[in-house]
Design a protein around this ligand. Structure first.
Ligand code: ATR
Length: 286
């Protein structure tokens, strides 16, 4: 947090509902103090129906940038001046950057996931990747893995039709049969023995119900590295099972960290170094 708000203070914020438990103010206000930029970051609770006014009002109030969270990541696209190509392809925006006449929408969730993986030394290129889930997050992660050179991608989903639809759309987009759709318990059809797995379903979000979308030993024996994009709880059942079977497990906290850092870099036209990123990460883990 900066020491003193004054006439030169830049304002950024978060639009969502709910916003009470967000960690984004920790990321951005700590970045402001560390990088010496006169900026404050404030969460704004926006009711359904108020989104358009919130975006237009933010622009009129000279707000530099916004993050957008649940449930507005798709809906907000209707109110933007421009949309970055990756965000349009994914169909979701989590960061608004002020441009002449309105805001430009970006998706830093996905670039954040990738930068977090790079910082942990996790490769996608040449890997066989298993993605659990075919919702909005699964779609974005599948598209990232195809773009970053995965050798093969298996999408496992409770509803097979959604996995098939997603596989078709990515295979069409990338012009090759890189993605295979399977039902959630069809992991026996995965040919490879050493895979990267990314858990994108909402299973595991509730700390008091310790479950994983798959819990079979035959599945986890194939996994050398497992990432759960959930960061609360800090260790999901999926992660525990990856570790029990000898793999390395990561939660979604790095993704959260880097989506924030990339947004901060876009707003302020700066680069955040890895020391600063590490310091913010330690604050988030507290
Ligand atoms: P998001 O945008 O966060 O990905 P979503 O679009 O609602 O959210 O998708 C939720 C994902 O979690 C889906 O893949 C969903 O599976 P279905 O497509 O079959 O609904 C998955 N999911 C949710 N609850 C689940 C459960 N109890 N078991 C297995 N998968 C589940």
């Amino acid at each position: 947090m900066i020491d003193q708000i004054n006439g030169m203070t830049r304002t950024c914020g978060l639009i969502g509902n709910p916003v009470e438990h967000t960690l984004s103010p920790v990321i951005h206000n700590s970045l402001a103090s560390r990088t010496g930029i006169n900026l404050v970051y404030v969460p704004f609770h926006v009711e359904e129906g108020g989104l358009e006014n919130a975006v237009k009002g933010a622009y009129d109030l000279n707000i530099l940038g916004m993050n957008v969270t649940v449930p507005y990541k798709t809906k907000v696209m209707e109110y933007l001046a421009e949309i970055d190509d990756d965000a349009r392809r994914i169909g979701a925006v989590n960061t608004l950057v002020r441009v002449p006449g309105g805001y430009k929408g970006y998706n830093t969730d996905l670039s954040g996931l990738y930068r977090g993986m790079v910082s942990d030394g996790i490769r996608i290129e040449g890997e066989t990747v298993i993605i659990l889930g075919a919702g909005g997050a699964g779609k974005a992660v599948a598209s990232l893995c195809a773009a970053k050179g995965a050798k093969k991608i298996y999408i496992l989903n409770r509803s097979l039709d959604k996995a098939e639809e997603l596989a078709c759309s990515i295979n069409r987009e990338f012009g090759r049969d890189i993605v295979i759709a399977l039902g959630i318990s069809e992991y026996g059809r995965i040919e490879e023995d050493s895979c990267l797995a990314i858990q994108t379903t909402s299973v595991g979000l509730h700390p008091d119900v310790d479950v994983s979308p798959v819990d079979d030993r035959d599945f986890f024996e194939k996994i050398h590295t497992g990432i759960d994009i959930i960061y609360k709880p800090a260790e999901t059942k999926f992660m525990k099972l990856v570790k029990v079977h000898g793999g390395n497990a990561y939660n979604g906290l790095k993704m959260l960290l880097y989506q924030g850092i990339i947004a901060y870099e876009l707003w302020n036209r700066v680069e955040v170094d890895e020391n600063t990123a590490g310091w913010i990460y330690s604050l988030l883990k507290e």
